[in-house]
Design a protein around this ligand. Structure first.
Ligand SMILES: *Cc1c(COP(=O)(O)O)cnc(C)c1O
Length: 426
């Protein structure tokens, strides 16, 4: 069997294939380490499922109000036990990550309170949620003020100014773990832990929320192991394992999560209502697979970093750094570069492989965004995907891959498109 023959059928040239194989030789040890983390996290998830006696009853669909939905209640307990929190809200009624974050923020901030981001500008879609960009129903409109302390030039926390920014109004601190659309480093769970400790020493009553998107299962610990009151994320990213068709989660203290449940449904109703409809099997099975899926995505991210670094592009993180999320940023230097890269990812997709991605004005984002996603679940970015706002420094954010092999094929196809467009010479 000649594996290159299969790649050839996918449109990969010998030069591109060989380049990839050369890069892979250097990655053996790192891949082994990633497998070790996945194995550890697999134990963690399995333990939580055993402890909670997950069984076939958990997979039944409830409708209407969804009273006494055992599967829904248990998946929340499984999340809480895996992430070591008192409580969890894991729902298909949370429509995306931004929604989960909005629920967590608006449930735990009251008029007159101040929200602090000590890690610079939050994710694009949160600008309207907070009111950094004017919007109807923003936190600002409800009388919640916002303060931000930017990172220092080297990407570390500006402790001095964070201390100054905490005042009598500061009620909640939001820490974004992943870089999102910023060319800054992603924080390790340990780094986040240090920041949490620092803030709680100054003001113990302040609540800490971590935007955990793209970070779940990358390490053996989560920010909730280091004192975060809430960790929040999307099920069409890491913890859904590629199978959850929708959903978001908030794991944290009972006090915070109860408030989130009241905000999501209604005061007095809380977690008691919310039909699971028929998505529970995919929630459980996806969470069960998530550690392995995340490992595959991580391998893809490192492979992409090594390839583009070798070709002279700036990549964040670089090819050798520790990883704290599954996102790989590649500065492609031009809009054409972004388009060619995304074209390749799209071409390698199992779904919609025949369409050509073009930049568009996506709701919630300030600049035009290009997105390559040929996913089974619309917009799922634990599946192989690439996106980025068309603005300097023309940085594409690559992530996902339900299997390592698919991530590899996608990356090689993107490289092929760059070569075909004469943006790269191998
Ligand atoms: C994806 C993401 C969000 C928002 O999630 P959506 O599901 O797209 O609404 C928020 N924060 C970070 C860091 C993210 O990566």
């Amino acid at each position: 069997m000649d594996i290159f023959e299969s790649y050839k059928q996918l449109g990969i040239s010998k030069a591109v294939y060989d380049f990839g194989e050369e890069v892979l030789k250097e990655l053996k040890q790192r891949f082994e380490k990633i497998d070790g983390v996945a194995e550890y996290n697999q134990c963690k998830v399995l333990n939580a499922m055993r402890k909670n006696r997950v069984d076939a009853n958990c997979f039944s669909a409830s409708t209407g109000y969804g009273y006494n939905d055992v599967g829904r209640d248990k998946i929340e307990q499984v999340y809480a036990d895996t992430f070591h929190t008192e409580s969890a809200l894991v729902r298909p009624q949370i429509v995306c990550g931004t929604h989960a974050l909005t629920v967590a923020l608006s449930a735990n901030l009251l008029p007159g309170d101040e929200l602090l981001s000590p890690v610079g500008k939050p994710y694009d879609t949160l600008e309207e949620v907070i009111g950094i960009r004017e919007s109807k129903c923003s936190l600002k409109e409800y009388g919640v003020s916002y303060r931000q302390v930017d990172l220092l030039d080297d990407g570390t926390f500006d402790y001095e100014n964070i201390k100054k920014a905490i005042n009598e109004k500061t009620a909640l601190v939001t820490i974004q773990r992943s870089k999102g659309y910023q060319p800054r480093p992603t924080f390790s769970v340990k780094q986040i832990g240090e920041l949490i400790k620092f803030i709680k020493q100054i003001k113990p009553s302040v609540k800490i929320m971590v935007d955990n998107c793209y970070g779940e299962f990358v390490e053996t610990e989560e920010p909730s192991d280091y004192g975060a009151d809430m960790i929040v994320g999307s099920l069409i990213k890491n913890p859904g394992g590629g199978l959850a068709p929708i959903g978001g989660y908030i794991c944290g203290t009972k006090e915070c999560v109860d408030r989130c449940a009241y905000r999501l449904s209604a005061p007095g109703l809380g977690q008691e209502v919310g039909a699971s409809l028929g998505v529970m099997t995919s929630f459980y099975q996806g969470f069960f697979l998530a550690p392995t899926v995340v490992a595959g995505a991580l391998k893809g991210a490192i492979f992409a970093a090594k390839i583009y670094e070798k070709l002279g592009f700036r990549v964040v993180p670089n090819g050798t750094e520790e990883r704290y999320d599954i996102i790989q940023a590649v500065e492609l230097k031009s809009a054409d570069g972004m388009i060619a890269f995304c074209k390749g990812i799209q071409k390698a997709a199992p779904v919609d492989s025949y369409v050509t991605p073009i930049p568009w004005a996506m709701p919630g984002y300030e600049n035009e965004v290009i997105m390559a996603a040929g996913a089974f679940v619309q917009g799922s970015s634990i599946e192989l995907s690439a996106d980025g706002p068309i603005r300097e420094p023309y940085c594409v954010y690559f992530q996902g891959g339900l299997t390592w092999y698919h991530a590899k094929i996608g990356i090689l196809t993107s490289l092929q498109e760059m070569v075909n467009a004469k943006l790269i010479n191998l």
